[in-house]
Design a protein around this ligand. Structure first.
Ligand SMILES: Nc1ncnc2c1ncn2[C@@H]1O[C@H](COP(=O)(O)OP(=O)(O)OP(=O)(O)O)[C@@H](O)[C@H]1O
Ligand SMILES: [Mg+2]
Length: 307
């Protein structure tokens, strides 16, 4: 797949916009799932390397409301980039634009470019559903399909694939994904039981297994630990540290210790006043943002003086 254009790999020319829309609706009817795609899927993880995600002058709107203003930043491969900033400054909105989920909100629009290794994910002919397969999302609340088994939760994305995956290949992908999410040993004897029967921390690891089962290139996480206790939080942070060996990761967090512990780079967002758009104040290596930021407002935020 190396070197091929996104458009060639996942172009939707053969598909009408309505069909693409229907695909999405089918997914949302099934429940609040990690977005997955009709990406061609092999039995074993393809040889892969993490990719760079770059936002260029991105502006995001909900109808007339300008929510995020002019953000340019690079999310580097094999690193964890933390997005921090006070409530309402646009972190979630920005994160959702990175895998074309923002446009699922009626009236929401995007200006600017977002490139995955130089390929514009918003280019004409690129299928947004496929983009969401390449750039997976893990949400704030663990959201396994409640009635599905642990096994089926992990395999859910594979089931949306156009190409049929054999049972033995699916078994291998489910095991690999659960092992990768540090959950295999805890669930291997009860794969047929409902995903909703797991603890909160286990459910979030299940969601991470579901997100990685479709072999994405980037993982976006929106406060993945906010519903978890400190022990489960540390388990997820350890896992994120492992996952970055393979993935490009962006994580929104309100927890300054978490940003300091778990990320390589930190992006600080802020807004001048309520009703104004949020913007990126600065991005840099995490230790610099926390110890010698360039901007006073960053220093005030990371030292807990506001937000
Ligand atoms: N669906 C929506 N429709 C209209 N406005 C929205 C919508 N979602 C978010 N907003 C607005 O966009 C702005 C940014 O919201 P967003 O959720 O991205 O902030 P955030 O930084 O993630 O906040 P938090 O830390 O509380 O999660 C806010 O003013 C919010 O009210
Ligand atoms: Mg948010």
């Amino acid at each position: 797949m190396e070197g091929r254009k996104l458009k060639d790999m996942f172009g939707s020319e053969a598909k009408s916009g309505t069909e693409a829309e229907e695909g999405r609706n089918t997914m949302s009817q099934a429940g609040p799932v990690t977005e997955t795609s009709s990406r061609p899927q092999g039995a074993v993880a393809p040889a892969r390397r993490a990719k760079t995600l770059e936002a260029k002058e991105v502006n995001l709107y909900y109808g007339d409301f300008h929510a995020v203003e002019n953000v340019s930043m690079t999310i580097e491969p094999n690193k964890v980039t933390a997005l921090i900033g006070s409530s309402g400054c646009g972190k979630t909105t920005f994160l959702r634009s990175l895998n074309r989920m923002h446009e699922l909100t009626p009236g929401a629009t995007v200006k600017g470019d977002i490139e995955l290794d130089g390929e514009d994910i918003y280019a004409n002919g690129v299928d947004p559903v496929a983009v969401r397969g390449l750039i997976g999302m893990v949400f704030q609340q663990p959201n396994p399909f409640p009635t599905m088994s642990i096994y089926d939760n992990v395999a859910a994305g594979l089931n949306f694939n156009a190409r049929k995956v054999s049972k033995s290949d699916k078994d291998a992908i489910v095991e690999r994904s659960l092992r990768g999410a540090h959950l295999w040993d805890e669930v291997k004897d009860r794969l047929g039981r409902p995903g909703s029967g797991l603890s909160g921390g286990q459910q979030q690891r299940l969601c991470i297994a579901r997100a990685t089962a479709v072999s994405p290139e980037v993982l976006l996480m929106d406060e993945p630990c906010s519903a978890l206790d400190p022990v489960a939080t540390l388990a997820i942070e350890d896992l994120i540290g492992e996952l970055k060996k393979e993935y490009t990761i962006a994580i929104v967090t309100h927890n300054m210790q978490q940003a300091a512990r778990a990320s390589d780079n930190t992006a600080f967002f802020n807004l001048d006043e309520s009703g104004k758009p949020g913007h990126l104040v600065e991005i840099g290596p995490t230790d610099e943002i926390f110890t010698k930021p360039k901007k006073k407002e960053t220093e005030d935020y990371v030292s807990g003086r506001f937000g």
